[in-house]
Design a protein around this ligand. Sequence first.
Ligand code: NAP
Length: 215
Amino acid sequence: MQLRDAIAPCGNSDVRRVGLMGGTFDPIHYGHLVTAEVVRAKFSLDLVIFVPAGIPPHKRGIKISSGTDRYMMTVLATVTNPHFEVSRTELDRPGPSYAIDTVRHFRKEFGTETEIFFITGADAAVEILTWKDAKDLLKECGFIVATRPGCSTGELERRLQEARLHSAHCICVVEVPALAISSTDIRRRVGQGEPIRYLLPQNVENYIHKRGLYR
Ligand code: NAP
């Protein structure tokens, strides 16, 4: 794993540190799980909360699996890690799942003594300045952006550099080799009858087959 941290030091070791792992998780796979665990250890997070998106803001009109299926798969995948939890907050909130609403939800729950880090993928984070109330969001929490191996980071770094002008928190990029696995590829494999074993936890694979997802 490589870590490029533009603002050091990253956080205060005395306060509680919580990561919010935002994503569609359709389906969740080992790339997501390795990302969460690597980031948890690297940033000394006490807890990582997986937050499956209800209606991803830029995916309105695009077919995704039901919130229930994505929530169930995320619970199955994370159940054995005592540092991982799953939240239904975006699934239960009507309308598009804006990160600002999610971060404020957890800020209210944890109070100001907790440092919050939003963890997500590069393709989503590159658009961060267009997210709803982006400048307020950047003031609320840090951002940890996971990239796939071989992913070109020039444009991402430019956008994050701009975002850093509005943030007092760390905005970091972490390369995670396990993110060579992708949800898109898993959906394609299932559709074409190819194996997905070892790309995601066995109980999630069983769930996909039992529910007939991605056929
Ligand atoms: P996406 O387009 O499905 O994912 C973007 C890329 O990042 C994909 O390559 C994806 O890989 C990867 N990825 C997604 N979540 C990841 C994670 N937690 N860790 C590592 N890689 C991850 O984007 P999305 O899932 O819809 O959005 C990501 C998050 O950003 C969600 O929480 C969403 O609500 C938030 N978001 C907020 C706004 C806003 O507030 N306006 C706008 C856009 C996105 P896989 O396909 O393999 O997962």
